[in-house]
Design a protein around this ligand. Structure first.
Ligand code: PLP
Length: 389
């Protein structure tokens, strides 16, 4: 069958492939520990579930306005305004099923064929996929372990050309767990202002930070009007399966993104939007507890990895991923990752799932209960001793 060139340009996320291989092994009776998928292992807080049930009973079963229920857009505007210290008009908010559509529609609304887009490498694989889909030219921005996997503004500056349209930032970062501090963002903002760059700031892990507050480039002078800020409910409120996210962007861009919404999915599910409202306006203790637990696990995981022969791991400051360097065992990382799954039953992702910059690394998600992580670490330690290329 003949497929369109447009469909052939789309990439994918290896995490789902590894998950399906892990499930196959489980079906054969193998015991697999899942450190591959990026989703909190906690239940969605009860009051959010109850809000969705109430919404169903109250008749929130129909289409909503494409950009979202007015009360949810208002709550998001208040929340982003408070957390980023900037004024936000509800009309600048677009609600989507998960945050991923904001990435796709945002890039499609901003990038013309031939435009260059700078994105982090290693980084979330969907960035490169959608840049190519839009006909843009992806320009990887190397994040280096020596620099704590933060953006080096001088490296960024050297990548900018007259064709550069968009810069994608992700802090806290998937897969490295690095965060951009105020000084990093100021230096990056200076380059954006100097070269008239637009920024897609992926802040989906904004609430999962271990030391210090989250900073957004949108908060810096002159940046709000050139930033599409992406955030959502999946990670913060353990709501990955509900599919609810949003973008905050200048009104003309919000109109363009909403047009994609109208053409593709009409609106996010009404009862899920009501649940999102309860998430933003209700008690936040569950989020704090979850982040405290992630921090405890991070310390266990990173300490254990650093004690292993041939492995070293930078301490992540946010998100729930460890990104250990295993290049002494396997310069690529792919074969060690496959060995971990096939021989020891630990599902992880090879760093190469996040671009060439991930060569020689693994991504371990520590969104799993501590006893499972401890068992996984024991198996990884043994594998590091027995693995031969
Ligand atoms: N951005 C990053 C960096 C992510 O890791 C993810 C999810 O894994 C997303 C965006 C998409 O989030 P959602 O599940 O809300 O679509």
């Amino acid at each position: 069958m003949r497929r369109s060139t447009l469909s052939a340009r789309l990439g994918t996320e290896t995490a789902f492939e590894v998950l399906s291989r892990a499930r196959q092994l489980e079906a054969q009776g193998r015991h697999v520990l899942h450190l591959e998928i990026g989703e909190p292992d906690f239940p969605t807080p009860r009051h959010i579930q109850e809000a969705a049930i109430r919404a169903l009973e109250e008749g929130y079963t129909r289409y909503t306005p494409a950009a979202g229920l007015p009360e949810l857009r208002e709550a998001i505007a208040r929340s982003v305004s408070r957390t980023r210290g900037i004024p936000v008009d509800p009309e600048e908010v677009v609600v989507t099923p998960g945050a991923k559509p904001i990435l796709a529609f945002g890039i499609l609304a901003l990038v013309d064929p031939g435009d260059e887009v700078i994105y982090p490498d290693p980084g979330f694989p969907i960035y490169e996929s959608v840049i190519r889909w839009a006909g843009g030219h992806p320009v990887p921005l190397a994040l280096r372990e020596e620099n704590g996997f933060r953006v080096d503004p001088e490296v960024l500056r050297r990548l900018v050309t007259p064709r550069t349209r968009l810069l994608i930032l992700n802090s806290p970062h998937n897969p490295c767990g690095s965060v951009l501090e105020q000084a990093d963002l100021s230096a990056i903002a200076e380059i954006c202002l100097e070269h008239d760059l637009f920024v897609l700031s992926d802040e989906i892990y904004s609430r999962i930070r271990y030391d210090g507050a989250h900073h957004s480039i949108a908060s810096l002078p002159g940046m709000r009007e050139r930033t599409l800020l992406l955030d959502g409910f999946s990670k913060t409120y353990a709501m990955t399966g509900w599919r609810l996210g949003y973008g905050v962007m200048p009104k003309p861009l919000a109109e363009a993104v909403t047009r994609f919404v109208v053409n593709v999915h009409s609106c996010a599910p009404a009862m899920v939007q009501r649940a999102g409202l309860a998430a933003l306006e209700g008690p936040q203790e569950a989020v704090d507890r979850m982040v405290a637990e992630f921090r405890r696990r991070r310390d266990v995981v990173v300490t254990a990895l650093n004690a292993m022969e041939g492995i070293r791991c930078v301490v992540p400051s946010g998100a729930f991923y460890a990104f250990p360097n295993v290049s002494a065992l396997d310069p690529e990382g792919d074969r060690f990752a496959a060995y971990l799954l096939e021989e020891t039953g630990v599902a992880v992702l090879s760093g190469t799932a996040f671009g060439p910059g991930g060569r020689g690394y693994l991504r371990l998600s520590y969104a799993a209960p501590l006893p499972q992580l401890e068992e996984a670490l024991r198996r990884v330690e043994e594998a590091a001793r027995t693995f031969r290329l």
